[in-house]
Design a protein around this ligand. Sequence first.
Ligand SMILES: [Zn+2]
Length: 311
Amino acid sequence: MTLRLYYGEALGAYGFGDGHPFGPDRLAAFWRVCTARQLHEHATIAAPVAAGQADIERFHTPEYVARVHEQSRTGEGYLDYGDTPAFPGVYEAAAMVVGTTLDACARAVAGEAARAFVPIAGLHHARRDRAAGFCVFNDPGCAIEALRAVHGVRRVAYVDIDAHHGDGVFYAFEDDPELIFADLHEDGRYLYPGTGAASETGTGAAAGTKLNIPMPPGADDAAFLRVWPRVEEFVRAGRPEFILLQAGADSINGDPLTHLAYTPAAHAHAARRLRVLAEELGHGRLVAMGGGGYNRANLAAAWCAVVEAML
Ligand SMILES: [Zn+2]
């Protein structure tokens, strides 16, 4: 068994209250379908792991981490300008997401499980010094920093098929030539956060190492499959030693917050092709994160499609 599938109440605790699009019921919605389809029986189930403060501060500023600590204690106010509310224990919940993604990466590097899926994770909007768009700590950002600092893995590919642009990852590594970034997202003229124009290809020495593909509202599987080969070629050319996939389910038709119209087949295709590519590159390392997705049935179907493609 080479797919490590993370599941545990502690991971589901990351959510902003009942009735919120990013509510604490998202993990259970996925797990019900995953177990009904018996996918979990073919994977190694692993418990969530908490990140230490040092793990978080490899990406985030100590000032911001201290602020989250403080607002986690009071449970009051917002961690950004109004999208991401604090709640009691938000620090611990967000640290659990980071730690779980880090654990998945560490075990992939160690050769214990080359592939992993981490639901709830993929909080790609958080910046180094602030929360944004339901994202408190940027677990993929922390993972990229840990892969370099702890595991000596320099060349990392980050692929993002969430409906929203992965701005927190993009701008943190915009000038980093060893971070190969490919992001298919709804055109920023129509959707938060408004960034990710095709002209944003990286700066300085990193020019040409970033690929942003804005998709028009209503883009379906056929549109996805037309542009996907560009993503694959781009990642292959970058010769990454590790591949991260943010498999946000909010790009599926019927999401309440976005306007894309893929089916879970798009997510399955991305996961399957990246799995093949990782093997072709000689290491097989692929860690997928669940990302967004606010229609519960879509989220369950898309994440299960990713798990199935990675088994
Ligand atoms: Zn999203």
